[in-house]
Design a protein around this ligand. Structure first.
Ligand SMILES: [Zn+2]
Length: 250
């Protein structure tokens, strides 16, 4: 996510990406809306409906990004990911994270780039260009996640997840885990510039100038409520297909 990552293809992080909402629990906030502010329920429901539509459909001309990177072809085709569980936070078991990696890989494969996921060790596959999905404080640069195209790694940061759990112990951090993996995997699929659509998993809520992402219909992003999809949206997939020279999905 750092603006510099697109120029050197070295990495994208989810630090700024998560910072606005890092310590807010979307479920908690929504339940608080429901329990404390009854008048806002219809608004919240309408808001959710728009969000679901934005996830499912990409309208013509709707794709928009911050221009902080240049989309490119995926790291390969097919893409092979190898998940290494060492160093993961104790509350994430290997099956859970592997499932999240698999879900992201299946979802992004609609880009037209097939993919599969193995578990570490897979030395031969890594030597042949597979992408290592790992937990690493240094490789993630202490962010939630970072895709390093040069090293062919997708790294997740244990301390960021620990901080999230410490500050908001009731939050289901599996959602954050899925979002981080889906977002970073998008970069490996070639979606480099961050989306201006708040809902896209490849979005950044703000840019360096303080401009804020957009929601269909002109609604404003509500601070503290995570609007971003956990999985690639229709527009994320459309952008990926364009970046990879695939025909658009009608
Ligand atoms: Zn990013």
């Amino acid at each position: 996510m750092s603006p510099g990552c697109a120029t050197n293809l070295s990495g994208h992080d989810l630090n700024r990406f998560m910072s606005r909402n890092r310590f807010f629990n979307s479920r908690l906030c929504r339940s608080m809306v429901a329990s404390c502010c009854l008048l806002s329920i219809p608004v919240a429901m309408a808001f959710e409906s728009v969000r679901e539509q934005e996830i499912a459909q990409c309208w013509p001309g709707e794709i928009s990004n911050w221009g902080d990177g240049r989309d490119r072809a995926a790291m390969g085709s097919p893409l092979l990911f190898v998940y290494k569980h060492a160093g993961a936070p104790a509350w994430f078991d290997s099956a859970l994270v592997l499932s999240a990696v698999n879900k992201a890989a299946v979802a992004w494969s609609h880009c037209g780039i097939p993919s599969s996921v193995l578990t570490w060790p897979a030395e031969v596959e890594l030597q042949r260009g597979a992408i290592l999905v790992q937990w690493s404080e240094s490789a993630s640069r202490s962010n939630f996640g970072l895709a390093n195209l040069g090293n062919r790694t997708l790294s997740m940061g244990p301390s960021a997840f620990q901080l999230l759990k410490t500050r908001n112990p009731g939050f289901d951090s599996r959602q954050t885990l899925q979002m981080v993996i889906s977002h970073e995997m998008g970069h490996l699929y070639g979606v480099m510039s961050h989306s201006r659509r708040c809902v896209d998993v490849t979005s950044n809520y703000t840019n360096d100038k303080g401009e804020v992402c957009t929601i269909r219909g002109g609604a404003s992003l509500v601070p503290g409520i995570e609007y971003r999809s956990l999985m690639p949206t229709a527009c994320d997939i459309q952008r990926c297909r364009i970046a990879n020279g695939k025909s658009a999905i009608e």
